[in-house]
Design a protein around this ligand. Structure first.
Ligand code: GLP
Length: 240
């Protein structure tokens, strides 16, 4: 893992350059995208660079990590809605080239079709990840098998608790989600993990310096050959 530390602004600008390089070299690149508060500044920077004509997503495709089960794309807490409003509407990507898992898959066999779609598009070139407080990536909670493909998950109470700030009450937070699996994520050619703030410092230490274990899903990224971890000084504060 390559760790890049700086102010949030600095690391966001550096991460954005990865997209400029990739899309200039391979305009039809396949991007794996994430939701949460962490990628928001990066998405704003990508929109700015796109408006300035420094990068174009016109031929790119995107596949998001996850979606809540039972939420329509028009629901303001669905990840489809989040992506449309925070990124897709501000860049030149074609809406039909953007993919978010359906929150209405009925079982894992149907969920896994997402892996086939990703493969048919040529596989993910650059996967963006945030990290949950318990080390989850996408919605792969601790103990998710290393071999997992896109599947339905029951959210842990800690994750529902962490995400309730976006809903009116905890009762409205969906109990299940559909997420790319760990194996799906590991198939990406390159991976960028971002984390900001002291709240993420402990889990970042376990991710970067702990031994790889399914108890901390993000630590398994140590087994991937091309991972960059972008941290602000707070998130990096417990690294030795
Ligand atoms: C959610 C998402 C993850 C995200 C995590 C952290 O549970 N499924 O993809 O990484 O939250 O969110 P935040 O970036 O808001 O800290």
């Amino acid at each position: 893992m390559k760790v890049i530390v700086g102010t949030k602004e600095e690391v966001v600008r550096k991460a954005a350059q990865r997209y400029v390089e990739l899309l200039n070299r391979k305009p039809e690149a396949v991007l794996g995208l994430a939701t949460g508060s962490t990628p928001l500044d990066l998405y704003a920077e990508l929109a700015r660079l796109c408006a300035e004509g420094k990068l174009s997503f016109a031929k790119a495709k995107s596949f998001n990590l996850d979606e809540y089960i039972g939420l329509e794309g028009t629901h303001d807490q669905s990840y489809r809605y989040f992506m449309d409003h925070n990124l897709f509407e501000h860049i030149d990507i074609r809406p039909e080239n953007t993919h978010v898992p359906s929150g209405f898959v009925k079982d894992d066999a149907e969920a896994e079709l997402y892996d086939a779609e990703i493969a048919a598009a040529g596989g993910v070139d650059l996967q963006l990840l945030g990290i949950g407080n318990n080390g989850h990536i996408g919605f792969n909670e601790p103990l998710t098998p290393f071999t997992s493909l896109t599947h339905i998950v029951k959210l842990t109470e800690s994750t529902r608790e962490a995400n309730k700030r976006f809903f009116n009450s905890i009762d409205e937070v969906p109990t299940h989600a559909v997420t790319m699996g760990i194996h799906t994520v590991m198939l990406a050619k390159s991976i960028i993990l971002m984390a900001f703030g002291t709240g993420k410092a402990e889990i970042i230490k376990a991710t970067v310096e702990g031994r790889p274990t399914i108890s901390v899903p993000a630590s398994l990224l140590q087994l991937h050959e091309d991972v960059e971890v972008y941290l602000d000084h707070d998130a990096a504060s417990l690294l030795s």
